[in-house]
Write a protein of this length. Structure first.
Length: 653
């Protein structure tokens, strides 16, 4: 399987650093044992997922897999330490297959992603000590475990972007193997070693130590030419299509005859390449997990069927033995009578000797007796069937013992058949669940990001009277709503509760009716911290733009996202916290969340939501399944518009 090379890591980290610098860490997931997904919030762009597969790859992804219902401990620890932290830098250590993501929160953390060997993902504190690794490992000179100081593995070879020709010459002259192996083992890897030799025109099987100065200069020239795009940061990301595939940030002559597909960024190319492989790996993992679940029932079914077969064999064998005793009634009765008579005179040991002598003389009754145990129970051979009998009982009584065994087995068969039928139904159910899960949940689908209109960067809705209402999502967007988008004839709404958004009704020069102000009040209340606290109502006030100021009085301080209100506030008391989510047509189809009266005016396809107990993402899934059956929108579109915190769908609205 393809794993990222040093060159791949160079390209991917340069791009990730440009993308993620200043991004906020959101959540971490672990869909597979060696794979972690971290979700970031990038200013101006929104959600971004980065996949880290130990020993294989790291890149942004538009194919986020389904998250485990019960998260493992490692991503939970990442959430605990990193959530809300700001990414300061993404870098490659030296020119190795090691990526470091520096994140600043109450302290500096470093997330180390090792892509060599079987790889690892390790969280470090600001002192460079390991908080927790994905995998604990120990070598003779290096130990990866909690509270150990993180030590880099020894660097091998030369840095292709920063080296002197003397280093290259020393490496080649001191080699005890051929040219291809020497380059591959000293930091270039097999593929790039092949490329260097191809560009230099030398024989790859040539002993490296025998190269002349001119030949070493050819190697140096080939290295410089090959890695010039890295020095200039001019990548040409592409996927090699036919044959054994590959993904590369620069052009290679070794693939000159192969079909290519080009991409704008190496992250995008890597995502397309690795995600197709990852989907298959994910399918196999989930199939194996479901196979274990199904196999539990199949094993139970096998045992039940074996039990059924044993009962059926018992019925057949016991009935046959009883019938044989009756079919040879006279002969068996003679044997029993002879044994009973002999028992009055002889011990069992003597009787066994007498029978052995009689058998050797060819006596018929003696030939029938196969064995007599210490308790006197006999085993007879009748028509090839060995039948154990009690000599103290008559033929009918011995036959009845076998008939009774058959009856008991028959009585048990009914229960076994019912158990088998129940298990078969359970297998059908679990196989259906498996098929549905593998078909609908397991395989990651590409997350196509919809281009947002300017107002979708804020909270927003269109009122029943066709007024656009916008509100801030956080301190920064509260500032933007007021400073950039509030105009003289607009209406400003807010609440006295901490964590309330700044809401603006865009009048476009029109008179704002009371119905729109009432709806905007519901909007302002529902998107405040009152929702998270489980309130059912809240007081909201509205004022004119000229009453909203950022200028404090002497000795006052106005925090970012907060404003000073001067003059009379127009309060609307007991505003209910309740919103509706629907798919509306406003300059194209989009998901809108706002007061139920406003959403009902624009669509019949909606649900009503109130503060509750369902987590936001689960609530978004439930809403999406109800109003987006054709899967026109991403789950993120629904998560994005919902109020902060938990909620429940209101039935009957």
């Amino acid at each position: 399987m393809k794993t990222m090379s040093n060159v791949d890591v160079f390209a991917v980290t340069r791009e990730l650093n440009d993308i993620l610098s200043g991004a906020r860490v959101d959540k971490a997931y672990q869909p597979l044992r060696d794979t972690v997904i971290i979700r970031f919030h990038v200013p101006g762009e929104g959600r971004m997922d980065v996949v880290m597969q130990a020993g294989v790859r790291i890149h942004r992804t538009d194919y986020p897999p389904e998250n485990p219902k019960i998260p493992p401990s490692f991503p939970m620890l990442l959430r605990k330490h990193l959530r809300g932290g700001i990414v300061r830098e993404v870098r490659q250590h030296s020119f190795d297959r090691i990526v470091e993501i520096e994140i600043e929160k109450e302290q500096k953390y470093t997330l180390v992603v090792e892509l060599f060997s079987k790889g690892n993902i390790i969280l470090l504190n600001q002192e460079g000590e390991i908080i927790l690794p994905l995998k604990r490992k120990t070598w003779s000179d290096r130990r990866i475990a909690s509270r150990e100081r993180y030590e880099y593995p020894p660097s091998r070879g030369i840095h292709p972007l920063r080296y002197e020709i003397g280093e290259l010459e020393e490496m080649l002259k001191n080699s005890d193997t051929d040219l291809i192996r020497t380059l591959a083992r000293n930091g270039f890897g097999g593929l790039y070693a092949e490329e260097i030799i191809l560009r230099s025109g030398l024989d790859k099987k040539r002993a490296a130590s025998t190269l002349s100065r001119d030949e070493i200069e050819k190697i140096e020239s080939a290295i410089n030419e090959l890695f010039k795009p890295l020095r200039d940061l001019k990548f040409n990301p592409h996927i090699i299509k036919n044959g054994e595939g590959d993904v590369l940030p620069i052009e290679l002559m070794v693939y000159r005859d192969r079909e290519r597909e080009y991409f704008e960024t190496f992250n995008e190319a890597a995502d397309e390449f690795f995600s197709s492989i990852f989907r298959e790996e994910l399918r196999k993992v989930h199939e194996a997990e479901w196979e274990k679940e199904v196999e539990k029932f199949r094993k139970r079914l096998r045992i039940q069927r074996e039990t059924l077969q044993k009962f059926q064999d018992t019925i057949d064998t016991s009935t046959r033995k009883g019938d044989l005793l009756y079919a040879h009634y006279a002969a068996v009765e003679d044997v029993l009578r002879t044994i009973r008579d002999a028992r009055e005179k002889y011990s069992w040991k003597e009787i066994r000797k007498i029978i052995a002598d009689a058998r050797s003389k060819g006596m018929v009754e003696a030939q029938m007796i196969q064995e007599i145990d210490g308790m006197g129970n006999m085993t007879l051979l009748i028509d090839g069937e060995r039948i154990r009998i009690d000599p103290t009982l008559g033929v009918p009584e011995n036959a009845e013992v076998y008939y009774e065994k058959a009856k008991k087995a028959k009585r048990k068969i009914k229960g076994v058949l019912q158990a088998i039928e129940k298990t078969e139904r359970e297998i059908e159910k679990v196989e259906k669940r498996r098929d549905d899960a593998l078909r609908n949940i397991m395989v990651p689908q590409k997350r196509v990001k919809r281009k947002l209109r300017w107002f979708e960067k804020f909270r927003w809705f269109i009122s029943s009277d066709d007024f656009l209402v916008i509100g801030g999502r956080d301190a920064g967007t509260n500032e933007m709503v007021v400073k950039r988008h509030m105009e003289p004839r607009d209406i400003y709404l807010h609440s006295d509760i901490h964590g309330a958004p700044s809401v603006v009704i865009k009048s476009e020069g029109r008179e704002v009716p009371e119905t729109t102000i009432q709806e905007a009040a519901v909007f302002a209340a529902s998107f405040s911290s009152a929702w998270t606290r489980g309130f059912t109502s809240l007081d909201v006030y509205w004022v004119h733009p000229e009453q909203v100021s950022k200028t404090p009085r002497s000795g006052e301080f106005v925090a970012r996202g907060a404003f000073i209100i001067r003059g009379t506030r127009n309060y609307i008391r007991g505003v209910p916290l309740k919103v509706a989510v629907g798919v509306v047509d406003h300059d194209g189809e989009r998901v809108m969340c706002g007061p139920p009266s406003a959403v009902k005016k624009r669509t019949d396809n909606f649900v009503v939501v109130k503060p509750g107990y369902t987590k936001k993402e689960a609530l978004a899934k439930a809403i999406k399944s109800k109003i987006d059956p054709e899967n026109l929108f991403q789950l993120e579109d629904f998560v994005r518009v919902l109020p902060p915190g938990k909620g429940d769908i209101v039935t009957g609205d």
